[in-house]
Write a protein that binds this ligand. Structure first.
Ligand code: AN7
Length: 362
């Protein structure tokens, strides 16, 4: 069979090749990549009509990265730089997606990976990924913040590389998301809506937007609108939350590592960090899937839930472009999906009953 013709635009290069000049890599850096990035910026007209017809809404569908979340952008950098430095092992604490990504990129690099997860609080798809990629997966009887504290102590004392977003290469890689949005739109959006957990991603996007702006690639900056789950909202409330709680387990974080940087992104952009309830998150999660055909995980829907809440409050007074970052794929958390979606219909293999159920009459 003949090879399919491809155009450059159809080829995913991976973010390091795509944005090499903007990243701290050299010819000596081994590029460990799964061809992450180049995710689609999907127009969401039905959602815009439901939220506020003045707005032009785009969904940055990060669930289409190789391991199903935005973490791959940072992990290709963190693992490549770890390998360049000769590291033989990496470790992270995770609500699931960082772990899945670290496990996959470590497998590809041929190095050891260990992940610390909060027991019982990680979505099934994410656990399955870490296990399949051969990481040492440890579930601790504690929350994400406990796990992060432990891996910080361990990496301070032993020669094992930390690949949480405290690792500056993670932020460097993740800033590529902002470049892609500007490359597609020609300018940044007016508003950038994003879920906030450990606060690495809002930090990274703000850095990316600023680098393009300072280099003269773009002529302005967006306002950053970050959204925390109401039960896990330390930045919104201004103090750590000892026992964070939310159905959006990815952002069930009470003491974010990049807290100050998230505040800086908020304040320097003239944006805000607000909260969304679990009900608001689930409503947006369902709307995305049913109105736009885009399936993201609950934490990701916080960006759309937040945009909805902010629009309803009368915040937007004129037409504006809004990009919502959908950080992870819906298949990450099938348990939540089947719990909130319409029920399965059980029937015998009987044509009459099937037609009757479908409302089709002869
Ligand atoms: C789907 O995997 O913290 O504010 O350990 O998986 O940069 O932390 C995941 C975070 C949003 C929040 N959406 O991003 C982890 C972890 C999804 C996520 C966030 C996460 P940050």
């Amino acid at each position: 069979m003949e090879a399919l013709a491809t155009t450059p635009a159809m080829r995913r290069a991976g973010i390091i090749e795509q944005y090499r000049d903007w990243l701290p890599v050299t010819d000596a850096t081994p590029v460990i990549t799964l061809l992450e990035g180049s995710t689609p910026l999907i127009p969401a007209p039905a959602l815009a009509r439901a939220i506020d017809p003045k707005l032009k809404v785009y969904l940055k569908y990060e669930g289409l990265n190789p391991t199903g979340s935005f973490k791959d952008r940072g992990m290709t950098m963190a693992i490549s730089k770890a390998c360049e430095a000769g590291a033989k092992a990496v470790i992270c604490a995770s609500t699931g997606n960082t772990a899945a990504s670290a496990a996959a990129y470590s497998a590809r690099a041929g190095i050891q990976c260990a992940v610390l997860l909060p027991k019982g609080e990680v979505a099934l798809g994410k656990v399955s990924q870490s296990l399949m990629h051969g990481a040492k997966v440890i579930a601790i009887d504690g929350n994400f913040d406990d796990a992060l504290r432990l891996v910080r102590e361990i990496t301070d004392e032993y020669p094992i590389e930390l690949v949480n977003s405290l690792n500056p290469y993670r932020i460097e890689g993740q800033k590529s998301g902002a470049f892609e949005i500007c490359d597609v739109l020609g300018e940044p959006p007016d508003f950038h809506c994003i879920p906030v957990g450990n606060a690495g991603n809002i930090t990274a996007y703000w850095k990316g937007y600023n680098e393009y702006f300072q280099a003269g690639v773009t002529q302005r900056l967006p306002k950053m609108l970050g959204y925390q789950a109401a039960g896990s909202a330390p930045i919104y409330y201004g103090h750590p939350i000892a026992e964070p709680d939310t159905i959006a387990t990815a952002i069930r974080i009470g003491n974010p590592a990049s807290w100050k940087k998230a505040e800086a992104a908020r304040d320097d952009s003239g944006g805000m960090i607000d909260i969304v309830t679990d009900d608001e998150i689930l409503e947006a999660y369902t709307m995305l899937a049913s109105l736009e055909g885009v399936f993201c995980e609950p934490a990701s829907a916080a960006s759309v839930a937040g945009l909805y809440k902010t629009a309803k409050s009368g915040y937007f007074t004129e037409p504006a472009t809004c990009v919502c970052i959908l950080t992870g794929h819906g298949l990450k958390d099938p348990t939540r999906a089947v719990a909130v979606a319409p029920q399965l219909i059980d029937l015998p293999p009987d044509k009459g009953r099937i037609l009757e159920t479908l409302g089709i009459s002869a």
